[in-house]
Design a protein around this ligand. Structure first.
Ligand SMILES: [Zn+2]
Ligand SMILES: [Zn+2]
Length: 350
């Protein structure tokens, strides 16, 4: 919106060329009309004679048939109208269709190469595939070199090749980004138009992010024709049972993690238990040397009591806020059931 406002406020040299370009197209239409008599002669029609007969009731049509011979100077209304349609609709449609094809082609082959080549996958693309449960902003979570090669270069090339204006580029880059974010959002909302314009959508790309679908559905971000042409579309049919199986195994992992979450700092991966025991033994020894065994016995009794209390109150087990437990309790899992929502239980696999 800000970009559009800026383009609208640009000085005349940035936005004033439209009238000239429309006039150029009107001129081209007029030149095309000069070939009409010869073209009609090929199918056995005498254009000048036909124009004379029609002139009284259809002067504009007669003038066009006569090879663009108008009684007035300047362009006819139909010529300027057609020129405007070509300029505002026809040319931009061709530009956008070509740009979309370029981006889809660029991304399909680079993306597929990054899955076929082990080095490219481990070095670059595996970072994006840390997302087994895609979420909107994860769309652009990738290695910076991959981001440049796949997204920046791909769309930049399409922009340059199709000769887009700055304003067109603005729309194109914004739409491309919105599309890829939407395809990673993890939701297939029925009212989301982006999910219905093409067959490439969140459900389609989500399969590519699963361990069982990673070698399929390479097409992104707009259409899926390359996957269909080269036979890399997911052909395993209904995926709901697979998602359900993944959901159950993720839930098991979460449950296993919870049982491991014993109190104190032992949850930290950086802890060196052997060293900690050695440190504790040294500390106890120095207390013994200074005060005898009484303080240590007292400390052990207190620790036992605290442990007992913690076991009774599971909410205080870790002493920190655990978003998984509270979310799991408050949000029903929708994943894998007959629902349009994919990966609604993101918290299960955090
Ligand atoms: Zn991939
Ligand atoms: Zn992705």
């Amino acid at each position: 919106m800000a970009g559009y406002a800026m383009a609208y406020l640009d000085p005349p040299e940035m936005v004033g060329k439209e009238q000239y370009d429309i006039a150029v197209w009107a001129r081209r239409i007029r030149i095309g009309e000069t070939y009409l008599p010869r073209a009609l002669a090929l199918v056995g029609l005498n254009a000048p004679k036909l124009a004379n007969q029609l002139y009284a009731s259809y002067p504009t049509l007669a003038s066009a048939l006569a090879g663009g011979q108008y009684a007035f100077s300047g362009f006819a209304l139909w010529e300027t109208t057609l020129a405007k349609v070509i300029y505002h609709v026809g040319i931009p449609s061709i530009q956008f269709a070509t740009a979309i094809t370029i981006v889809d082609t660029w991304q399909y082959f680079l993306h597929r190469a990054m899955h076929m080549n082990k080095f490219l996958y481990t070095w670059l693309h595996s970072r994006h595939h840390r997302l087994y449960v895609p979420y909107a902003y994860g769309a652009l979570y990738n290695h910076p070199i991959e981001g440049f090669a796949l997204d920046t270069l791909g769309t930049g090339l399409a922009y340059l090749v199709t000769g887009m204006s700055i304003r067109q580029g603005l729309v194109f880059f914004t739409c491309s980004t919105i599309k890829t974010v939407d395809d990673h959002c993890g939701y297939a909302f029925p009212w989301d138009p982006l999910q219905h314009i093409t067959s490439n959508n969140a459900a389609y790309h989500d399969i590519h992010h699963q361990s069982w679908g990673i070698k399929t559905n390479f097409s992104q971000p707009f259409f899926t024709f390359w996957d269909r042409l080269l036979g890399t579309t997911w052909t395993g049919g209904d995926v709901s049972s697979r998602y359900e199986r993944d959901r159950i195994s993720a839930q098991k992992k979460v449950d296993a993690d919870k049982t491991k979450l014993e109190p104190s700092v032992t949850n930290s991966p950086a802890v060196d238990l052997a060293k900690a025991q050695e440190q504790a033994a040294q500390s106890q020894q120095s207390v013994m040397d200074a005060h005898g065994p009484a303080p240590i016995v007292e400390e052990q009794r207190e620790e036992q009591e605290i442990k007992r209390n913690l076991r009774k109150s599971p909410r205080r087990r870790t002493g920190t806020f655990d978003p998984r437990s509270s979310l799991a309790a408050s949000v029903p899992s929708l994943h894998g059931r007959s629902t349009p929502i994919l990966h609604a239980d993101v918290h299960n696999t955090l």
